[in-house]
Design a protein around this ligand. Structure first.
Ligand SMILES: Cc1ncc(COP(=O)(O)O)c(C=O)c1O
Length: 380
């Protein structure tokens, strides 16, 4: 299988699996137990908390482990709205469903604004400045890097404006982590979301990083784990794996970024030779691994299926939306025509991909395009 869907999930790194195994086999103790085995499990969590904090230059006490990016996004929004009595939510139109749908839960009880983006997927600054100006304390949620287009937002500017008006600033950094620098201490953000399975860690584990100015109301009550902010016996193996994945992501960040960028350039140079191809957000600052493109006239879903029969894994939008046939909300927010949006395919590379694999992908795409062109000429 040629796997080009790393924004959906990444393979588990061998060293991550090694780190996890003891907590699935010999040491199964509850980390809240005071006996030696319990203390060892607790130490594994403490170590992982340091590793995850280091990845984003935060303090370990700022890290709350959750069941993944979705839960962290839910906690960031619900937790701060309830804990701080916020009266407004300002959410970018291109956010992940775990942000958008959480915000919608509060639609009837507070003012909810969707922040517009331009045709490149970048936040419309004038619209945002205008919205953030009106009164009432709210939460602004703008993702650092988009999972579909790879577009990186200028959080320095957005966060500063948001905070200067007294708003809480949240960013979903799930796709940015491990691919670009993410510095929680330097960025003007109060809450930041991470997920392990996008950085060669296990699924079902993530984190919300928060600063102490934020009063978070927990969503899960019980034994008071995670400093009372997220109860439930910790998933020790997954947390240990997340820690290792974060450590590797930090160590290899610069090399990985350079390599991914090389793959992306190699792919896009050949992709652009296909007549009529559109690479979305091509002129914006993007992640080094993501290429979202459209071939007007082609049905993205059918193309995905065709590639799948050749053992090539890509996606036709965000993974979560690919079971529904609705075109990508990200592209629609950018003003892309519905027909073009329906043709969209996302390719997201990972560090185990090679140029030889990309050659195979390009060959398969060219073959599809020829098929499409010949069908068109028959119709004429
Ligand atoms: C930008 C973004 N945020 C949040 C999530 C959700 O993360 P998880 O799968 O860990 O719940 C994803 C995963 O698809 C994502 O791409």
């Amino acid at each position: 299988v040629l796997y080009f869907d790393h924004n959906a999930s990444t393979p588990l790194h061998g060293e991550v699996l090694d780190e996890m195994m003891p907590y699935l086999q010999s040491n199964f103790a509850n980390p809240s137990s005071v006996h030696q085995q319990g203390r060892l499990a607790r130490q594994a969590i403490d170590r992982a908390r340091e590793q995850v904090a280091a990845l984003v230059n935060a303090h370990p006490s700022q890290v709350i482990f959750t069941s993944g990016g979705s839960e962290a996004n839910n906690l960031a929004i619900s937790g701060s709205v309830r804990g701080m009595g916020l009266s407004r939510l300002m959410i970018a139109a291109t956010e992940h469903p775990s942000v958008r749908d959480t915000a919608k839960q509060f639609e009837s009880s507070l003012v909810l604004d969707e922040l517009k983006v331009d045709s490149g997927g970048v936040i419309d600054k004038d619209f945002f400045f205008d919205k953030s100006n009106s009164f009432g304390q709210g939460l602004v949620s703008v993702m650092l890097a988009n999972n579909e287009t790879g577009v990186i937002q200028n959080l320095n500017q957005i966060g500063k404006v948001a905070q200067s008006h007294g708003h809480v600033m949240h960013t979903d950094a799930v796709q940015a982590a491990g691919k670009i620098d993410v510095d929680f201490s330097a960025l003007p953000v109060n809450l930041l979301t991470l997920s392990a399975h996008k950085i060669y860690g296990p699924k079902g584990i993530g984190a919300l990083v928060f600063d102490k100015s934020i009063d978070l109301m927990p969503m899960i009550f019980g034994g008071g784990q995670e400093r009372k902010r997220r109860s439930g016996t910790e998933n020790v193996a997954a947390i240990a794996g997340f820690g290792k994945a974060a450590e590797l992501a930090l160590t290899n960040l610069s090399n990985n970024r350079t390599y991914l960028l090389e793959l992306q350039n190699y792919f896009e140079n050949q992709l652009e030779k296909i007549t009529g191809i559109i690479i979305f957000s091509k002129r914006e600052t993007r992640l080094p691994n993501t290429t979202f493109f459209g071939l007007p006239g082609i049905d993205g879903e059918s193309l995905l299926m065709q590639l799948d029969t050749h053992g090539i894994a890509v996606t036709s939008g965000s993974a979560c939306a690919s079971t529904s046939l609705k075109p990508s909300h990200v592209l629609l927010a950018m003003g892309v025509e519905v027909d073009v949006a329906r043709s969209a395919i996302r390719v997201s590379f990972g560090v185990e991909n090679t140029k030889a694999q990309i050659d195979e992908l390009i060959k398969a795409l060219y073959a599809q395009q020829q098929l499409f062109a010949s069908l068109e000429s028959i119709e004429i």
